[in-house]
Design a protein around this ligand. Structure first.
Ligand code: FPP
Length: 252
């Protein structure tokens, strides 16, 4: 993220904020390694950063916040780390769900649930059910998520309708396919943030990111806070969004 312009966090309320912000929370392990701590400590501090960020997003009036919590590729990590990440999700839902609910957060989950332990599936279902009428902030948790896998799932759901004779083959369009994604009613992200200095999407929201602004933040995820979120939004506001046309639209 550019630090060239003065930051104006106190005035952030004067800006239109992006409707949907998505975050690749990267760098927990490196944050821990730099301090001689176990990777698990990085993930635990990552959960604290997540709490701060959800609170800040709600305060700023962001409508949708998507977080990349566990990727379909994360299964290749050592089993102890996988267990640790699963444990953190369990604890996050058990400890934070009531608070999220009180603050008007609606939880949605995207990703493949079939491969998850039944108790985790139950927790995810319960979180969605308890918060389904909330509307202050939609927190989309991408868990066991991969974008190519999501697109394949959408294609499979749509193909099943074609095979059943419920959908004409020539009705298969990009707009139509979008309707079969995991959360078709959630608008595409306006802004995608990745922490830790890495500059790639790593199979995150590939379909939905077609026109997203990408902001790469050097800080590791456990260091992320309200100011970092505000800085990313200020950077986003500087960009011109043309959606393939000629007329710039303000980032809002
Ligand atoms: C990337 O750091 C982060 C993850 C793989 C998981 C993100 C998880 C959290 C922030 C905590 C868990 C939250 C929930 C709700 C489960 P990394 O391990 O890839 O870091 P590195 O690239 O420095 O090794």
């Amino acid at each position: 993220m550019s630090k060239s312009a003065p930051l104006r966090p106190a005035e952030i309320g004067d800006f239109a904020v992006p409707r949907h912000v998505a975050i690749i929370m990267d760098g927990n392990g490196r944050w821990a390694a730099a301090r001689g701590l176990p990777r698990g400590e990085g993930h635990r501090r990552g959960v604290e950063a997540l709490r701060r960020t959800v609170r800040a997003a709600g305060d700023l009036g962001i409508g949708f916040l998507t977080i990349f919590s566990f990727s379909a590729e994360n299964w290749s990590r050592p089993s102890a780390e996988i267990l640790e990440l699963m444990g953190l999700l369990r604890r996050f839902i058990r400890r934070d769900l009531a608070d999220l609910h009180r603050r008007g957060v609606r939880v949605r989950v995207i990703g493949e649930r079939e491969d998850l332990d039944p108790d985790i599936r139950r927790l995810l279902d319960e979180a969605e059910e308890l918060t389904k009428d909330n509307s202050r902030l939609v927190l989309v948790v991408a868990f066991n998520y991969g974008a190519r896998q999501e697109i394949a799932r959408a294609a499979r759901r749509m193909a099943a309708q074609v095979v059943a004779g419920d959908l004409a083959l020539n009705a298969v369009t990009a707009d139509k396919l979008a309707g079969y994604l995991d959360a078709p009613d959630v608008p595409d992200p306006d802004l995608i943030i990745r922490t830790s200095g890495e500059q790639r999407l790593s199979n995150f929201l590939l379909w939905q990111a077609a026109y997203s602004e990408l902001v790469f933040v050097p800080a590791y995820w456990p260091e992320f806070d309200r100011t970092a979120l505000e800085d990313a939004i200020i950077e986003y506001r500087r960009r011109e969004r043309r959606f393939g046309g000629l007329v710039a639209q303000t980032g809002s």
